[in-house]
Design a binder for this molecule. Structure first.
Ligand SMILES: NC(=O)C1=CN([C@@H]2O[C@H](COP(=O)(O)OP(=O)(O)OC[C@H]3O[C@@H](n4cnc5c(N)ncnc54)[C@H](OP(=O)(O)O)[C@@H]3O)[C@@H](O)[C@H]2O)C=CC1
Ligand SMILES: O=C(O)C1=N[C@H](C(=O)O)C[C@H](O)C1
Length: 268
């Protein structure tokens, strides 16, 4: 049995990950880590996640449970993810990272740590979004520069980063297919007298409302027609199942930085 540790265990994704691991025959929850100041430390992780007792006591630090797991799944915050990753790369543990909102410098730290240990790092672990990345490449290449591109994402009111990591990844896929640099052509929100849209910009619009799990639309529009490619996640279980698939896939892999396209064999 491969032993998985989950950080941010009491978070929205943490609880669903504990449930998904419980449903997997070949994996077991080795450790579950919450905030170091959490009053939940010592409580039963399964009970906290709503699946009944599983005998795993919630810990407050990844170092406290070093010998209890083989692979870490981390969906938390950038600084915490980097701390946990540094620990895992020192101790030869593979890591699945779902955390979004990292700066370029933070992503570079992930890349460096992955020189020592295998890491899957992806802003969206669902199969649907990863297939959509493929579809977008095809669509953008065929439509070319005559179509304006806008990316619209909607998430729940608690989300802290914007645009979503997924929206940015979708933008990269389109920019790549069109031979553009997203850093140069991205426009984030519009307000005031903005002037006409430039032909090569890729616009991002962010909506935060209620309990929306995660909706992403890429709109291609020209004179006379438009195409919208949309993905809607209706349950966080789709991300958790993807993370578990990534953890299975990582077993026995050499050190390196991988993404869900690798896990799902979607790369050419
Ligand atoms: N790649 C993907 O497929 C997906 C990625 N995500 C990303 O995952 C991340 C987490 O999302 P979500 O679960 O909704 O967020 P939550 O805020 O619900 O969960 C984060 C958890 O981390 C805990 N935490 C914060 N600081 C510490 C610390 N110092 N030590 C230990 N634990 C800590 C929080 O505890 P406390 O509340 O006590 O501070 C909280 O329980 C986000 O970046 C999100 O964008 C989300 C869904 C899918
Ligand atoms: O915070 C979330 O909830 C989600 N975050 C990810 C992102 O930023 O892309 C993925 C998913 O859409 C849910």
């Amino acid at each position: 049995m491969t032993r998985i540790a989950v950080t941010g265990a009491a978070g929205r994704m943490g609880k669903v990950l504990i449930e998904a691991i419980d449903e997997a025959d070949d994996l077991t929850l080795g450790a579950a880590i919450v905030h170091p100041e959490s009053s939940l430390i010592g409580a039963d992780a399964g009970e906290m996640a709503g699946i009944g007792k599983n005998g795993v006591a919630l810990a407050g630090n990844v170092g406290d449970v070093k010998d209890a797991f083989d692979i870490l799944i981390d969906f938390t915050f950038p600084d915490l993810t980097l701390e946990n990753l540094a620990f895992c790369s020192e101790h030869g543990k593979a890591v699945v990272i779902g955390t979004t909102g990292m700066t370029d410098a933070e992503k570079e730290q992930v890349r460096l740590a992955a020189e020592k240990t295998p890491v899957v790092f992806a802003p969206n672990m669902s199969v649907g979004i990863n297939v959509m990345l493929d579809l977008l490449h095809k669509a953008a290449s065929a439509l070319g520069d005559d179509y304006d591109v806008e990316i619209i994402e909607t998430h729940h009111r608690h989300k802290k980063d914007a645009p979503s990591g997924t929206a940015l990844r979708l933008g990269e896929a389109v920019a790549d297919a069109l031979g553009r640099d997203l850093g140069e052509c991205a426009v984030y929100g519009r307000e005031g007298f903005t002037g006409e849209r430039s032909r090569d910009e890729i616009g991002f619009e962010t909506v935060r409302a209620g309990d929306v799990v995660g909706d992403h639309t890429v709109l291609f529009a020209t004179m006379g027609e438009r195409i919208e490619i949309t993905h809607k996640a209706s349950s966080r279980m789709t991300f958790a199942k993807g993370a578990i698939r990534a953890a299975r896939w990582l077993q026995g892999k050499p050190a390196g930085l991988y993404d869900m396209q690798d896990v799902l064999s979607l790369k050419d």
